[in-house]
Ligand binder design. Structure first.
Ligand code: FE
Length: 347
């Protein structure tokens, strides 16, 4: 696999040409171990270390070379828009259904109809029109300080707006798409009026100003700066690997309250892919049993494929009921969620 870093479209093109020439030359000079000259160019907002081992395995198995460019989700979509038909990208990988929906909305993804993808990726986790498919699940749930809170005290996301949590709640900034998607899904389920009341209650209950990331939010709960928070579980998993005694545990909102907000990392074939079939085959492979374990486990997430188990340390957190609503709603209600959080004073 060839890893590209952030470049302008022009330097990217030059670099791709240079890499192609190098590959061509090396394939002429070296023994012909790889028959296929096929390759796929992937733009990814998912970090390289979380997918590079998988891509290397794919190349070994199929002979298909993968060239990877990583950047932030918004920057990659802007790049695809700017490059238009000239884009070298065949596949876009990114995190959060809110971002995947935006990419589809801006017209940079192609609609595909794949029996394998439809079979392996459950309906709530993919675009019904086939523009994007979830490849790993991330649960955004409630955490609490185990020395200050009993698990029985924890209920739903909405309960965190109750007066009993006054001065005890920590949140990540509302600027992060993760929280925009959570609030968007709450609007889709409960309506705007009820959701706004909840978000105002959260703001009322904040122990301190919102944090810039989930890890800092968890550390604040561990330090007793606040008692409860809402975070993605894999950030807790990473901290627990370094500090197994962290006084923080997860709680799962019940199915009756709408269940746990489960989002995805995922991908779609680009609209102007030069190798759409090769891109689709790679996407199908990423959703297959062969790749799903690693795709989810490298980041301590949950596989989307029902037959593939999560990592043992992830399973140890227990099972939960996920919100069954299609994640497309996270995109549809995103703009309203942003305006609502702004009105409610959630910064
Ligand atoms: Fe994340």
């Amino acid at each position: 696999m060839c890893l590209l870093t952030r470049h302008t479209p022009l330097t990217l093109t030059r670099r791709l040409i240079r890499v192609s020439l190098t590959l061509l030359l090396s394939s002429v000079l070296a023994a012909p171990t790889v028959v296929s000259a096929e390759e796929v160019v992937v733009y990814s907002a998912r970090k390289a270390h979380l997918i590079a081992p998988l891509f290397d395995r794919y190349t070994q198995q199929t002979g298909v070379k993968i060239r990877l460019l990583t950047d932030k989700a918004g920057a990659l979509v802007q790049r695809l828009l700017a490059e238009g038909k000239r884009t070298p990208a065949d596949l876009l990988l990114t995190v959060d259904a809110g971002n995947l929906w935006q990419a589809a909305e801006k017209g940079v993804l192609a609609a595909v109809n794949s029996k394998l993808l439809n079979q392996h990726v459950p309906m709530p986790l993919r675009d019904p029109d086939g523009h994007w498919y979830g490849l790993s699940k991330r649960a955004r749930t409630i955490i609490y300080n185990t020395t200050r809170v009993q698990p029985s005290e924890i209920g739903t996301y909405a309960d965190l707006a109750q007066p009993e949590w006054h001065g005890r709640l920590c949140l990540r900034t509302s600027k992060k798409v993760y929280n925009q998607s959570l609030v968007a899904m709450m609007i889709a389920r409960h309506g705007e009026t009820k959701t706004e009341k909840v978000v105002r209650g959260w703001v009322e209950n904040l122990a301190t100003a919102p944090f810039s990331n989930d890890t800092k939010t968890i550390q604040a709960v561990a330090a007793g700066q606040c008692d409860v928070a809402i975070v993605n579980t894999y950030y807790l998993g990473r901290l627990q690997r370094k500090q197994p005694d962290l006084p923080v545990a997860l709680a799962w909102p019940t199915a009756e309250s709408g269940g746990v907000h489960v989002n995805v990392s995922g991908g779609g074939v680009t609209r102007y892919a030069k190798r759409p079939e090769a891109a689709l085959r790679l996407l199908e492979w990423l959703a297959s049993e062969a790749a799903q374990g690693d795709f989810a486990q490298l980041n301590l997430e949950y596989p989307v494929h029902r037959q593939v188990p999560a990592a043992p340390e992830v399973q140890a957190w227990g099972s939960f009921s996920a919100d069954p609503m299609n994640l497309r709603q996270a995109g549809r209600f995103q703009a309203r969620a942003i305006r609502l959080m702004d009105r409610a004073g959630y910064r």
